[in-house]
Design a binder for this molecule. Sequence first.
Ligand SMILES: *Cc1c(COP(=O)(O)O)cnc(C)c1O
Length: 364
Amino acid sequence: MTKRYPRLTIKYQQILENTRVVNELCKARGIAVTGVVKGFNGLPEVAMALDEGGCVHLGSSRIGQLEELKARDPLIRTMMVRIPMVSEAEAMVASADISLNSERDTLMALNEAAMANEKVHSVILMVDLGDLREGFMTVEELIEVAVWVEKDLSYIHLMGIGTNVGCYGSVKPTPLNMGQLVAMARQVEMAIGRELEIVSGGATSSLTLVARGEMPQGVNHLRIGEGISLNRDLPMLWDCHIQGLHQDNFILEGEIVEIKDKPTHPLGELFVDAFGNRNTYEDRGIRKRALVAMGRQDFLDHTALESVEPAIEVVGSSSDHLIVDIENFQGKLKVGDILGFHLYYGAMLFTTGSPYVEKIVVRE
Ligand SMILES: *Cc1c(COP(=O)(O)O)cnc(C)c1O
């Protein structure tokens, strides 16, 4: 059978190795890791690498992905990392062992669903340390809700507290904000009269503190997705290089459908592109470029792609086309040839979810 493109090759063994490296690094500092699978749409064949590599739970923001993992292996412990919807309380109790929470109404709905199913559902209460996405804004409210969960919600187990930084407000994890989290955990423990099992200090970006030995004592859990599956943000954006982590676990391949010398600046009066954006174009004269048969529907944004061949430059994209500059590429290219690209997070998220992208998980 002929191969179909665009085609995404995913390297299981390397993701497994990354999982082991991250888990060893964290374990040495008393930190357990939830492997977060949402970045690759929870593809079960890939998620299994995070399980096999030593993560204590698998986490996702989408309950459907956790349901699929549970169906595959009921022994996998699952964590819902987005604040649950009230409407999915039943599903949460059925398929997520743990969820991250910040609302009383939701906790009440979870308690009722758990009671109805004669189960105990575990929760981590989230605090907002300034990134301004989910979580309680004050320690007073956190403590009040923690005491209420502990005393009044018989089918909810308060497992710990946690925070998330970076995702909306671009806030960096620092010894200061992580220290605040630990201090809050100690206050909650005083109020409920027992220790918490989990103090969850964030996602991939928090690995930077672990790698530098700057994570405050007391943070004993992280929720890691990108840093295990892709590991492109840490070395490329954070200048954090963890020995032994692969950076080429996902390769997107597309087929060239046109090669021509063209001007680099559009001709005529310019208005908006296919998405209504006003763009600027650098005039670099006439250059050789290739048109690749994949587009924003597949990978969201061409800036989340990086050519495997350093001499090939990603220039632009529309829904179904990618434009690359091949002027400086030494090799010979023709229509029908295949070009490979590394992905950043957004492109991993979209390509793994696209029905138009052929996904191949290689195991060797
Ligand atoms: C997505 C998410 C994570 C994992 O993020 P990565 O950057 O992929 O490590 C962790 N925690 C929460 C709450 C998330 O939403």
